[in-house]
Design a protein around this ligand. Sequence first.
Ligand code: C2E
Ligand code: MG
Ligand code: MG
Length: 421
Amino acid sequence: MNKNKITILVVDDTRYNLQILSTMLVNQGYAVLEATNGIEAIELAENHIPNLILLDIKMPEMNGYQVCVNLKNNPKTQQIPIIFISAIENVEEKVEAFAIGGIDFINKPFHLIEVLARVETHLRVSSLQAQLLEQTKLLEIQNISLQKEISNLTGFNQDLYSEVKEAIDTQSLRLFYQPIVNFQTDLITGFEALIRWQHPQRGLLSPIDFIDIIEKTDLIYPVGRWVLETACQQLQIWQQSFPKHADLTMSVNVSTKQLTEFNLVEYVRQTLQEYHINPQSLKLEITESTVMGDRDRTLQILDQLKDLGIQFCIDDFGTGYSSLRRLTDFPIDILKIDRSFINNEEWIIVKAIGTLAFTLGKKIVVEGIETTRQLATLKTLFSSSLDGCYGQGYLFAKPLDAESAAEFLTNVRIHIPLVVG
Ligand code: C2E
Ligand code: MG
Ligand code: MG
């Protein structure tokens, strides 16, 4: 340590003490500032930011404690280590010196070698602390640039991850509900729960903007549980408030990663029990990629969930690929035909998927029905199995918030004028 650059402020109202302390410190190579009262001490500390202060306690007008409190409350001076030097004997008063931020206490009459030893020790400690702080800052900077590099290499968006995490903590996620309608009765039979993010600046965000990062990271576990629980709670409310809809169903999207969650089966069982939901009313939507993953593991979990009595749909069917063997091996109840086939009017494919589903004893939900014409075509295509066909799409309703969905439920039958041809 280069002592020439180290400044020590000595504060004592007794000139004699000031003099011998200063002389000893100057002889050791330190720069010394002297103050004989509190006001002067605070002023010197603020203007020169010494490396250490030796502070007398008993002084007229402003005592050492008051000086210390003042310096500790000032962001400019609060880091300066303060050693009290005093003749006080009372233990409580000595402890008080530490409580207000002093780092050491030297009794008067003092021995110069002891003062010197303590000064040197504390200067070493504070220099090490400063180095540590510097290193920590450096590491933080390196960490940020490393995270950016990882983001660039892997496509992982650290900023979005942190933002979504905050959205979870601040309860900014919402569930919307889109009706599912039976083709034979034109009645609403259930809803699909769809996540949204009420963003403080950007408004209501679609899952397209954020679901990927949730599904790929550990965020899926808390979010998945929240979705399941909120959807079940809502279903219970609707089933109870609308006796005509006591059999209403709720479809919940579940990602592949979620299925590997420890204790998932038990969690689903408890949630159903807590909200008095008939397991038949809960439909979990998985994707073809889930079905085509680790066969044994997935099958084991699906079978356990199936034993609870819940139903499974394959979402967006036809956009990925699934082997027919798995369609029969796995406990799948419903195929949801992807909306791209409806949008592109690929009726032959729609018919083929429907026929496959019915042959295997499954039902279908056709996604993305937007026009009466599309609905009419679908009803014609599946005229012999209308009871096993369901539809979902903007024609019936867009995903609605819970209040609008409840209003929708009061309309028992959907009146869609069919335009054929
Ligand atoms: P999905 O499960 O296939 O949901 C259907 C999507 O189609 C919804 O988009 C819905 O708003 C949209 N849609 C419904 N009818 C129509 C229509 O007639 N026309 C058009 N153009 N679109 C229609 P959304 O809500 O943006 O959800 C997108 C995807 O985000 C969902 O696709 C699902 O894969 C995922 N997702 C949504 N909520 C959750 C969730 O809670 N958990 C998980 N893991 N994924 C979710
Ligand atoms: Mg879905
Ligand atoms: Mg879908």
